[in-house]
Design a protein around this ligand. Sequence first.
Ligand SMILES: Cc1cc2nc3c(=O)[nH]c(=O)nc-3n(C[C@H](O)[C@H](O)[C@H](O)COP(=O)(O)OP(=O)(O)OC[C@H]3O[C@@H](n4cnc5c(N)ncnc54)[C@H](O)[C@@H]3O)c2cc1C
Length: 394
Amino acid sequence: MKAMRTQVGIVGAGPAGLMLGHLLHLAGIDSIIIEDRAQDYVIERVRAGVLEQTTVDLLNESGVGSRLQREGMFHDGIYINVFGNRRRIDIAALTGRRITVYGQNEVVKDLIAARSSTGRPLLFEVADVSVHDLESEQPKIRFTQDNTSCEIQCDFIAGCDGSHGICRASIPSNHIRIYERIYPFGWLGILADAAPSSPELVYSVHERGFALFSMRSNAVTRLYLQCAPDEDVSKWSDDQIWDELLTRLHSNDGWKPNVGPITQKGVTGMRSFVTEPMRYGRMFLAGDAAHIVPPTGAKGLNLAMADVWRLSRAVASYYQSGCDELLDHYSEDCLRRVWRAQQFSWWMTSMLHRPNTGNPFDSRRQLAELEYVTNSRAAMTSLAENYAGFPINE
Ligand SMILES: Cc1cc2nc3c(=O)[nH]c(=O)nc-3n(C[C@H](O)[C@H](O)[C@H](O)COP(=O)(O)OP(=O)(O)OC[C@H]3O[C@@H](n4cnc5c(N)ncnc54)[C@H](O)[C@@H]3O)c2cc1C
């Protein structure tokens, strides 16, 4: 058995684990990050792309925002297209904040580069990961790498291993409470080699279902279609996908997305999920390991960043003063933001997806809500405030 020792053992090298390692490094705290996937897989995994102002500020202030500043796409608003009537919500004018489109994989790439430059350990392709002695002062992570059994003795463990990881699953069920809601639809998402035809995102409500126009760069468009949660993507030809997108994104002002070769496609189910508390003994959960939001509100990555900011401060405070206070408040403080994001993501999802209840009342009520949200300054401000995100310490 190969024995290692660190202050914070981090399971998972997604945005949460990598950012936590980076913030701890800046505070002079040692960590080991382990990841069960290969480095290339982690870097190439296409997921989130909409960053709140708070996330961008955190990346900049912690010294990993220089490429984001050069290559990020800064947006002052979004469009909501209600049955062909496209209206803009001016987030910057309503809140003084903006959003930035910069792929999650680019954030991950920047964080891996930052980690590598510190020389602190970041181990890819580990297997058989398990956590032990969580209630003791020396919790442990065990895993194998290259057929060697390894054990890391830690002061703290950070469970940043996403929604299917082992950390949350290692907490005895009588010590946590799970809140969950599964939605009766999913998103069929594509990446296309086509220059974005709108400088801002377009959320579109259509008889046939929701569609979203987004982008990843000046040459790549990202688009989504509401579909069944178990939709078989192989049954969709590229032409069918484009036909459906052009139908659902149709706008009476003549706007439409540019069509180009589809380079990636996949289906994502939608759910809301919260674990309470986000701590068991000396193990702290952060990011998707603790909570999932449907992607409509673009909050998942941003919540992960806010969690690890809080956790890094709490751990730093512990080492500076021996005081447990921030660690003891970690879960409660994170959950306030998490539940606010849950509410917003649920609301955006319910408002923008076609209800498949079969009851015409639901469709008419949805239309009334969309009319209100796209016409009332008060309603637009509420949406904009939540979409742009709240200050990190709220
Ligand atoms: C289609 C889609 C679109 C999205 N759009 C947005 C958006 O626009 N804005 C937004 O904010 N969010 C969005 N999200 C959500 C966002 O991608 C996630 O919230 C984010 O990835 C969470 O980061 P994380 O580090 O907590 O988890 P993850 O990114 O899941 O990282 C967890 C890591 O842990 C690793 N791991 C798992 N198990 C183990 C183990 N046993 N041992 C070691 N390592 C392990 C995984 O391989 C992974 O690398 C979207 C998600 C999807 C699927």
